[in-house]
Design a protein around this ligand. Structure first.
Ligand code: BGC
Length: 788
């Protein structure tokens, strides 16, 4: 142990030691003489405003340095999209990139790394035995399912501490794209089909992470809703849909947390790359919303390919002019395009300096600039506890017949079926993955809490899973960087064995697992829908256990929506655990045992059939197989906005989730002038629990159509004891009454009756009240955008 620690510390010194710049002392103040010229330059004087310092710095840069600074330093290990064998890693191995350093001016490289479920860096390094594991927090979807923004802020704080203590300057997260369709392969990273949830959750994470003095990059701005042909897909979306659905979350996050950076997305909108859209990156983001930070591209995003850069037909100049300040991860050909643009005048000095100003502001406020002495020792133990708590709070009780759960029998064996019970999935793959030290499986979690797990089944499953994982690792090596995860087929458990277990064990658990990741979308067969081997397992286990008068629990260890309607009647209880991070098995057990009363709620709709999803008709676009264009025909009618309005039966509606207790709502009062709603929520059951109070608004639709209701506010109560009440106040803004009316180029609250509905899901309203707006109200006039 001692030896390892020493080795780690020595390696750390070796990596980070550089001669300290000389110090200048004036009037008792000390300054770092960053350029070593023996006098205090304005940019070195940290009494001055950052703007003053940045201007001075820019005036000292050569054109070549300016061009280098507008692009990243490349992706360590990658030349373009091709991995380079033996390439040198940067300051933090496994980070995604950095900004250009100018040693002669004392300007350091600033490091950025993924991602949404926690920091993603390499856990081991050459020449040291020290490890650099990070905490795998629950995935974005699981975090959002808590509907608990203070908790997410705590999660963000913990993530940010890892960022800072591992020597990274900004986290490439959170990811808040809207779940347009259940099949998007990156939905697990995202929060919701609803922009209010997406924005509030993102703001909480950003506030938490940035409280450490490190940055974030909210992504992917905007409408990065499919992985298929993500670098080139041209999305046709009207302005109202953009503003009400795909931008609204970003707007909330920017206004409520002022992230240091925004990452533009890969896709095009109405014919132009998002990274080259001035309306998106300047008019809306900065002028309308007041964003102060920098915009970077997604990795290798936004141009028509390497050949275009070489041929000088790339859109580098267009991107920089639109307000996309930094091109990531940075390619030599982009630098050339910038220098060419500066020389031939297509890239103006004004644009270059504006973009540089934002990049340098980011650099000056970074821990790297302050020479922060990072420890490489974040508090992983404390963070594991936060991950465990957040995961449990995001789990959703979908079904619980005859109050099967909580289950407290620790004397009789539990039969755990399903390969995923032994191979729990902490999170999805790609840049949203984390290199954690361990993942607690379901059976480990149960055992840790003193439950007896059937050993014969364990002896059959464990080697099966081990072998399947080994085979899968060979496939992944072959498929390369963005190898997509594949489902492990269920082990064949014959009826004789199941009958034997039904006779001897007290309860059965079946875990159904799903995984997906960046670079690919999910499929309907054997992914959204259960595969035949999974259906057979559920059929056989429920039949055998029910025949003996015993119960069955299904755990859904999944990252996105699956079909539930055809089989949900069979088991007695269903717990949606999502992909809960490294403490997964412990978190599930906390709910299973009643240690934690479930309070997670769905942030998206579970349809009866995939085909009923509003975007199913045009999902992925045309031509089929290799789409170039996709039209968002459903417009604003995404998720519950569609299902509720059209009265289409759902398997589980938006906002749904069970509890071990019950709540009663009373006394809804709406104050039309203050735009507040107050309601009393009382725990009417036998155990303590938290309730998610959801406020939906039905607005008059005089000149445009509107959804039957939309979520406009929510709050989570504290843990209410049996009999205890809380008065919950929900605050609305004038904008919450308004819809975007394209003909008026404005957010307008139309005149007429507004119905405030408060309840525990979008389909379970307990109290309602209304008020009338006599005259229409133009809440905000905005730029015309998204024409071409
Ligand atoms: C992803 C981003 C990620 C970036 C850097 C891209 O492929 O889309 O979400 O931050 O890579 O790893």
């Amino acid at each position: 142990m001692k030896r390892i620690l020493l080795t780690g510390a020595m390696a750390f010194l070796a990596i980070s030691w550089k001669p300290a710049p000389p110090i200048i002392t004036i009037d008792g103040y000390t300054f770092r003489d960053l350029n070593g010229n023996g006098k205090l330059d304005r940019y070195e004087d940290d009494r001055l405003s950052i703007n003053d310092r940045v201007d001075d710095l820019i005036s000292k840069m050569t054109d070549d340095e300016k061009a280098s600074m507008l692009i990243g330093t490349g992706m360590p290990g990658f030349n373009g999209l091709t991995p380079v064998a033996g390439a040198i890693e940067g300051k933090v191995p496994g980070a995604a990139g950095g900004t250009y350093a100018i040693p002669r001016l004392g300007i350091p490289e600033v490091i950025v790394a993924d991602g949404p479920a926690g920091l993603r860096i390499k856990p081991v390094r050459e020449n040291t035995k020290a490890t650099f594991y990070c905490t795998a927090f629950p995935v974005g979807t699981a975090l959002a399912s808590t509907w608990n923004t203070p908790l997410l802020e705590e999660v963000g704080k913990a993530m940010g501490q890892e960022v800072k203590e591992y020597g990274v300057d900004a986290l490439l997260a959170p990811a808040l794209n809207i779940m347009r369709n259940p099949l998007c392969g990156r939905n697990f990273e995202y929060y919701s089909e609803d922009p209010l949830i997406a924005g509030k959750m993102a703001a909480a994470i950003v506030n938490g992470v940035q409280s450490n003095g490190v940055g974030t990059s909210i992504k992917h701005y905007a409408a990065n809703n499919q992985e298929t042909n993500r670098l080139s897909i041209n999305e046709h979306i009207n302005e109202r849909t953009m503003r009400e659905i795909y931008l609204r979350g970003f707007e909330i996050a920017v206004k409520e947390s002022q992230p240091w950076t925004v990452m533009s997305s890969y896709n095009l909108i109405n014919g132009t790359y998002t990274s080259a859209r001035k309306d998106l990156l300047t008019d809306i983001l900065r002028e309308e919303w007041g964003f102060k930070g920098l915009v970077m591209t997604d990795w290798f995003g936004g141009y028509a390919g390497f050949s275009a850069i070489k041929a000088g037909t790339s859109n580098v100049v267009q991107q920089l002019t639109a307000g996309n300040d930094l091109l990531m991860p940075g390619l030599p050909a982009q630098k050339q395009a910038i220098l060419d643009g500066m020389n031939n005048g297509s890239l103006t000095k004004e644009v270059v300096d504006t973009d540089l100003r934002r990049i340098l502001t980011f650099v000056l406020r970074s821990p790297a600039m302050a020479k922060y002495a990072y420890s490489n020792k974040p508090d992983l133990k404390a963070h594991a506890a936060i991950a465990r708590q957040a995961a449990a709070e995001g789990m959703i009780l979908l079904k619980n017949d005859e109050q099967l759960l909580p289950y407290t029998n620790k004397t009789k064996e539990i039969a755990a079926f399903g390969v995923t019970s032994y191979n729990f999935i902490a999170g999805g793959t790609g840049s949203g993955d984390v290199n954690e030290a361990y993942t607690v499986s379901l059976i480990e979690g149960l055992s840790n809490a003193g439950y007896k797990v059937d050993q014969e089944l364990k002896k059959r499953y464990v080697p099966f899973v081990k072998n399947a994982n080994y085979q899968d690792s060979l496939r992944k090596v072959k498929d390369g960087l963005l190898a997509l995860p594949q489902r492990i087929k269920e082990m064949n458990v014959d009826k004789v064995l199941i009958d034997k277990k039904a006779a001897s064990d007290a309860l059965a658990i079946i875990t159904i697992g799903r995984n997906s990741g960046e670079g690919g979308d999910r499929k309907v067969d054997e992914d959204f829908n259960l595969a035949a081997d999974e259906v057979a397992l559920i059929d056989n286990v429920t039949a055998a256990f029910h025949a003996k008068g015993k119960k069955v629990v299904v755990i859904l260890n999944i990252g996105g929506v699956i079909e539930t309607a055809s089989w949900k009647d069979k088991p007695d209880a269903i717990l949606l655990s999502w992909q809960p991070g490294q403490e997964g098995g412990n978190s599930v057990t906390d709910i299973f045992s009643g240690q934690v009363n479930p309070s997670g709620r769905l942030t998206m709709t579970f349809p009866v059939k995939y085909d009923e999803t509003p975007s199913a008709k045009n999902w992925l676009g045309t031509p089929a197989g290799n789409p170039t264009d996709v039209t968002y025909e459903e417009g604003i009618y995404v998720g519950y906005r569609y299902f509720n309005t059209k009265n289409i039966k759902m398997s589980y509606p938006f906002g749904y989730g069970g509890s071990y207790t019950t709540f009663a709502y009373s006394d809804l009062k709406v104050d039309k002038d203050k735009l507040t709603a107050t309601v009393t929520v009382k725990n009417t059951g036998k155990v303590a629990g938290k309730e998610v109070v959801q406020l939906y608004l039905s607005a008059p639709h005089n000149s445009i159509d509107k959804p039957s209701e939309e979520l406009k506010a929510f709050a989570k109560t504290k843990a209410l004891k049996p009999g205890e009440s809380e008065v919950v106040t929900l605050q609305l803004q004038a904008r919450d009454l308004a819809s975007f009316i394209e003909a008026q180029q404005a957010w307008v609250a139309e005149s007429g009756k507004y119905i405030v509905k408060v309840g525990s899901s979008s389909q379970d309203i307990h109290q309602q009240a209304d008020f009338t707006l006599d005259d229409a109200l133009t809440v905000e006039k905005v730029h015309k955008a998204f024409e071409k």
